[in-house]
Design a protein around this ligand. Structure first.
Ligand SMILES: [Zn+2]
Ligand SMILES: [Zn+2]
Ligand SMILES: [Zn+2]
Length: 140
């Protein structure tokens, strides 16, 4: 009787061991697209989204990468974006459109000559935020 139990127990142990080895040794398939810091391959820049490594269900990360999320803002250093060399006041969109204001004026101008001597460049967005309104002569 005792022998029977021992055999049963060791069989059970052997079986358990096989199955736990199995789960540790599964074929990893890197199909998960987990997007947390752990799987981040590179940060987002103004040029591209952040990249992440594909991962397996077990948490192992693969070699393949995918991009996810929005692009980041430009990072300006010495008046140029460190990634794309773009200048802060480049006229690309209305948002970053360069206008001119004067410390005493209430209008923003598209032409520095119209703004006058103390003209200082600023983005249109900032000008509007500061309460400036478009000059009737040069912003229409
Ligand atoms: Zn795996
Ligand atoms: Zn940039
Ligand atoms: Zn003007």
């Amino acid at each position: 009787m005792k022998k029977g139990i021992i055999v049963f127990l060791s069989l059970c142990l052997a079986f358990c061991c096989v199955s736990c080895k199995d789960s540790a040794k599964h074929e990893c398939s890197y199909t998960q697209t987990v997007t947390n810091e752990e799987y981040k391959a590179s940060e987002a820049t103004c040029q591209k989204s952040a990249e992440y490594f594909y991962s397996c269900k077990c948490g192992k990360r693969g070699n393949g990468k995918f991009s996810h999320g929005a692009r980041a803002d430009h990072i300006y250093q010495d008046d140029k974006c460190i990634y794309c060399q773009r200048e802060p006041f480049a006229t690309e969109t209305n948002k970053s459109l360069c206008v001119y204001i004067t410390p005493t004026g209430i209008r923003y101008h598209y032409l520095s000559t119209c703004a006058g001597k103390n003209a200082k460049p600023i983005t249109k967005n900032d000008a509007i935020r500061l309460g400036y309104t478009g000059c009737k002569k040069c912003t229409r």
